[in-house]
Structures are given as C-alpha cells and as structure tokens.
Design a protein around this ligand. Structure first.
Ligand code: NOJ
Length: 599
C-alpha cells in the first residue's frame, strides 16, 4: 500500500489548498512512554456473544463458537476482546439482566467453556475483558426473589430500591423517574395476600431492579464477583451503567427524562453540534438525580485496589458512563479509579470536520488533565452501526434503531464514510474499541420485520422507538452457507438481511481493498508506528472541511481526513501508507482518510 506522493511538486493547486503553506500546531497531546501499560494504547474488539459465532446450531452464538474462531481476531490484530454478558440470565435485556454473576448461561455454555476461551485467547496473545453489570440484577436473581418474599423494611428489601408509593393508597410511584427504555422506572409489587405492595426502582426494564449501593452487602458482593472472575484469569471489566449506581439522597423528582440513545445530531450555524440537547428539548447537562452522583467514585476506588492486588500486568476497568461534560466524565479515570472510559462524545460527533477536530482535541485535553489515555469508539451494541449512521447527512436525527418505514441510509456513502472515520480513529493516540462486524463494513439491519424485535425498548415504547436489534444481527462468515456460516444450521436469533452475504468474512479475506483488509492494515500499521502512544498536533492550512493532524509515534505520520466536496493535495514528499479509498490523480478525494509518512 506504500506509494510516493513526490509527483505532487507542482506549485499550483489541484485542490483548494496549497500544502506548502501547511503549519503544524503546538502539541495538543504529548507522547506516552513507548513502554506504557498495554491498556493505554490497546485496540479492544467487542464481541456480542449472541451474535458472533454459534457452535451448536441453536441460532444463538456461544462461548465455544467464540473460542473456535479466535484466530480470526489474532489475524485481525486486536489486543483484547470485551465480551458482552454471558452469565445466567432470563435474557430480558439480552443478558444485561444477570441472575447469577458467577455462572454461564446454558445458552452460551458452561464455566468450563469460559475457562477454555480464556486459555485459548491468552495462548493467542489476546486479553479478555468481561462485562460487569452492577447497577441492577435480573428480577430472577435469588436476592430479588428473597426481597419480594420479605416484608417492607427487611434486610432483604434493603439490597434493592423498594419504596412506598405516593397518593392516598400508595397507588402512585414514589417519584417521577422514567425508565431509559420507556415507561415508568417503578413497578409495584404484590404482597403475599394479593394486595398491592411497595414499588421497586428499575432504571431500565422492569425485570432489571436497581441495587441499593448504600448497602455494604451489595458492595462486598461485587468485590467478590470481581475476584471470582479475576481468579479465573480475566484481564478486566467493562462496567455497565457506571454512572448510575448511586442515587441522590431522598430520590427527588427528575426535571426531565433522560434517554440513553435517542438524541439529535444537528448542526448550528457555526458548524458546532448541539449534542447536549435532544430533540425532546432535554438538556442532557442538567442535573439528573440518578446519574453521575459523586458517590459512585468511592466504589471504583475500592475496585481499583481489588484489581491492583492482582499485580501486573494490569487488570483494567472501563466505564460505560454517559456523562457530560467531559470534565466530569474523566473523573471516572482519575489515577485511583478506572483505567478507561468510553468516549461517547467521539461516537456521537457528526460527520463534520470542525466537530471531529474539536472532539479529538477536547477528549485528549480532558483525559490528559487526569493522566488517563483517551479512548475512541464509533460503534457498539447500543447504537446504529457507523456504516449506517454515516449514510445520512449530518443533521439527520440520531435514531435508536432504523425501521423499514424510516428513511433509509445510503449504504455506499455510509460505508465510504465509515472507512474514513475508522482510518481517522485508529490514527489517534489512546485506546480504541472496535465493535464486531464493523471490520466487515456491516450496516445495521434496517428492514427487520417488527415481529423479530427483542429489544425491550421496542415493547416499552409501543414501537415508538425501534431499538437496538438492528446492530445486533448475527455475523456473516461464509457467503451463502446456512446462516451465512454463523453456525452449522440456518437458524439465527435475529434475521440476517439479504445484503449480509455481500459482507461475509470469506468474501473479504485477502481481497485488496476490502474493509476487512483495510482494518488489518490499519491495526498492523497502528502497532508498527506506535500510534497508540504517539503525540498529536493538528495541521493548519487545509480548508474547514479537512481534519489534518500529525501523530508523532515511532515517526511522524500525517493523517488527512477530507470531508469536503473538493479533493485535497498532500504535501510534497508525503508517502502514503494507507488510504480508506483510492486516491484520484494523487489527490485525497471526498470522504477519504489517508495516513502518510511525513518527514
Ligand atoms: C448499557 C448496555 O450497553 C445496554 O445494552 C443495556 O441495555 C443497559 N446498559 C442496561 O444494562
């Protein structure tokens, strides 16, 4: 993929910019030590176990299926995997409703299968991070069942958030909090004699009761769960709803409902986003009594000590915390708390150069202020895949799923931009997360018939919110095989769209220009050039539709992402290393990102 741009020595412009006038800004982010801890630069691949690989043909992915295909990830070049929950669960929220934190659900296998996965991954040099769900359990957890059977005010009930109702007969919920999935965040219980009883809090589905983190037993239980998995050899935890554990004293009414996923992606006249304000008029920066309470940090300080007691190499914690502004978000990654936090500001940034540049700069500065690495992410199991999201123009409402009757994304445009976005992301210093299937350029399923939908959001909002099933469809491995090679049968728990066969792994391996080969090249290049620990400065002089920067890792790598309508030139002497789309007449065309060696 190496090509010289030395023919670009003409003094006149082929693009709108004269590259000879380029200037490198002051360093925005200083280089990390080349032997920095692994997680400061790691690329972590998210496996959604239901949908990665099915070994037994029941249509649901499982742990042996994952183990059998780990060499694919070694060849892809990732450092670690994060597995979404595979624990015992009634699957009311696809496993984010845990009934037993110390066992594997039979759908996914056994504890022995988890051990085998860990051993195989470690043998291949891949670290394994598991999901921890501490905000809530399943209502089928033994603690919650005991709490339901016990009396109000009992020790059992104090492990969860039970409260008396309001209204003359307690017929109204204790406060106005709404579930993130839609509907009230409180469900009323029924006492043994059949009369209506207390209410319990569930910020998500009614089958996901919130724990009471003021209770020391809850705290010691989770420390024990951490040790259970650390003793089995895991390398860290992705912490679900890390900003939700502690609720404000007295549980005051919330001013507004906060949704986790629905939001807008619009631009103001000055090109900045209004990403803090959803189209429901909610300012997400307003104080919410169940998110980001200061008390959560005490929990993570204790957990950090638990992890550190396991010595080196480091075991890590990564926060899923939808917290704004960034100054508050980085409190989760202070030196004695978690190691990483997902950078949702990057994920939600629209395809506008000004916005991308601004979020890159602010993320690095915020993380640097606490000595943490920034992270970068574009897709996960909760959002529309970036290959589909970017198939709409900026300003399109950022949806919680795309349904058949909705405006459809432009698939080719989305893929082109997704490749450019990833090529930009993987050039940035810090850690990066890759969601399964994005390395194939997979789009969301955007025409799934409603009868297949399983995301509780869909039912709880009576279909008003489509939900997240579209990004969770089983992966295509072998084009045209039953279930496109997802498993040995033709069963898949969600239907694969017809177009998925075009994206199957076997159609891309070794194929020049395929998205899979692009990811492999990027990941190998990122490692060889030490981009994860490099410094970052912006390159000034291109137009406002270009993000241009220099990563000073092992050497100076110029990164040019052209989001504008006009092609742009690279500076003289720049040697192209990789490009998300072919250059045209030596110019970087629209929606293309290039890495170039630049002495
Ligand atoms: C965040 C998870 O990523 C999501 O999938 C889940 O539904 C909620 N937390 C509740 O656990």
């Amino acid at each position: 993929m190496t090509r010289s741009a030395s023919t670009l020595d003409r003094p006149t412009l082929d693009g709108p910019v004269d590259p000879d006038t380029l200037r490198v800004s002051d360093v925005v982010h200083a280089a990390d030590s080349p032997d920095a801890a692994w997680w400061r630069q790691a690329v972590i691949y998210q496996i959604y176990p239901r949908s990665w690989s099915d070994s037994d043909g029941d249509g649901i992915g499982d742990l042996p299926g994952i183990t059998s295909r780990l060499t694919y990830l070694r060849d892809l070049g990732v450092d670690a995997v994060w597995l979404s929950p595979f624990y015992t669960s009634p699957q009311a929220d696809a496993g984010y409703d845990v009934a037993d934190y110390r066992d594997v659900d039979p759908l996914f296998g056994t504890l022995a299968d988890a051990d085998a996965l860990l051993e195989t991954a470690h043998g291949l040099g891949i670290r394994v991070i598991v999901d921890l769900v501490p905000n809530h359990s399943s209502d089928e957890h033994v603690w919650f069942q005991a709490a339901l059977a016990a009396a109000p005010g009992s020790a059992e009930r104090d492990l969860y958030m039970f409260r008396d109702g309001t209204g003359e007969h307690g017929e109204l919920p204790p406060n106005n909090w709404q579930s993130v999935f839609g509907g009230p965040a409180w469900t009323r219980t029924t006492d043994a004699d059949g009369t209506p009883g207390q209410w319990y809090l569930h910020l998500f589905d009614r089958k996901q009761p919130d724990f009471n983190w003021e209770n020391p037993r809850v705290r010691s239980e989770f420390e024990s769960v951490l040790r259970f998995w650390l003793d089995r050899g895991v390398d860290g935890f992705r912490v679900d709803v890390a900003h939700g554990l502690i609720k404000e004293q007295g549980l005051p009414d919330a001013r507004e409902r906060t949704t986790m996923l629905g939001d807008t992606q619009s631009t103001e006249g000055d090109g900045t986003t209004d990403g803090d304000t959803a189209d429901d008029g909610v300012d997400h920066r307003v104080h919410t009594p169940y998110w980001d309470q200061d008390g959560v940090h005490e929990v993570y300080r204790v957990w950090r000590q638990v992890l550190e007691s396991y010595g080196t190499p480091d075991r890590i914690l990564c926060a899923e915390a939808w917290v704004e502004p960034q100054e508050r978000a980085v409190a989760y990654v202070r030196p004695d708390e978690m190691h990483q936090a997902f950078n949702f500001d990057f994920l939600t940034a629209p395809w506008i150069a000004h916005d991308l540049r601004s979020v890159i700069e602010s993320s690095l500065r915020a993380a640097d202020s606490v000595g943490a690495p920034s992270t970068w992410v574009l897709s996960n199991h909760d959002v529309v895949r970036h290959a589909s999201r970017l198939g709409f123009e900026p300003g399109h409402r950022r949806q919680n799923g795309i349904a058949a009757g909705d405006p459809q994304p432009d698939r080719a445009l989305g893929l082109r931009r997704a490749r450019a976005a990833t090529t930009l992301m993987l050039a940035l210093p810090g850690g990066a997360y890759v969601y399964q299937g994005e390395e194939l350029g997979l789009p969301d399923s955007t025409d799934m018939p409603d009868e297949f939908r399983q995301d509780p959001t869909f039912a709880r909002t009576a279909g008003a919110e489509t939900g997240r099933d579209g990004c969770r469809v089983p992966l295509p491995w072998v084009a045209g095989a039953p279930s496109n090679g997802f498993g040995p049968s033709d069963r898949t728990w969600l239907p694969q769209p017809d177009v998925y066969r075009e994206y199957a792994v076997d159609t891309q391996v070794g194929v020049e220009g395929s998205t899979l080969e692009l990811y492999r090249t990027l990941l190998a290049g990122r490692r060889d050039l030490a981009l994860g620990t490099g410094s970052l400065a912006f390159v000034e002089g291109y137009g406002s539709d270009v993000v241009a920067l220099v990563n000073g890792g092992r050497e100076q790598v110029l990164v040019v992402a052209n989001l504008g309508a006009e092609p742009v030139r690279l500076p003289e002497g720049a040697e192209v290393l990789v490009s998300s789309a072919p250059l045209v007449d030596d110019l970087v065309p629209t929606d293309t990102t290039v890495w170039a060696r630049w002495a």
